[in-house]
Write a new protein. Structure first.
Length: 77
């Protein structure tokens, strides 16, 4: 089974979209990338999913795991 995730991607209209993995339509569209990132992050935290931020050329710029991470970071003591 594929992991569920949310992606901030450039939209064809020149703005930014938040899309769920495998979806053809955007969950929501925004004028600025920062607005899309804020919405996508809240959505991923609520849904406990992976969160990907893409650059204008489509390459992944950043990613975060808000779900059950199989390799969580170890606490520094």
């Amino acid at each position: 089974m594929a992991k569920k995730s949310n992606h901030v991607v450039p939209s064809l209209s020149g703005g930014w979209s938040v899309k769920k993995s495998g979806a053809t339509k955007a969950s929501r569209n925004f004028d600025r990338q920062e607005q899309a990132i804020q919405y996508g992050r809240r959505l991923s935290i609520h849904e406990k999913t992976e969160f990907y931020i893409h650059k204008k050329n489509g390459i992944i710029q950043n990613k975060n795991s808000y779900g059950n991470d199989p390799n969580p970071p170890k606490d520094k003591k």
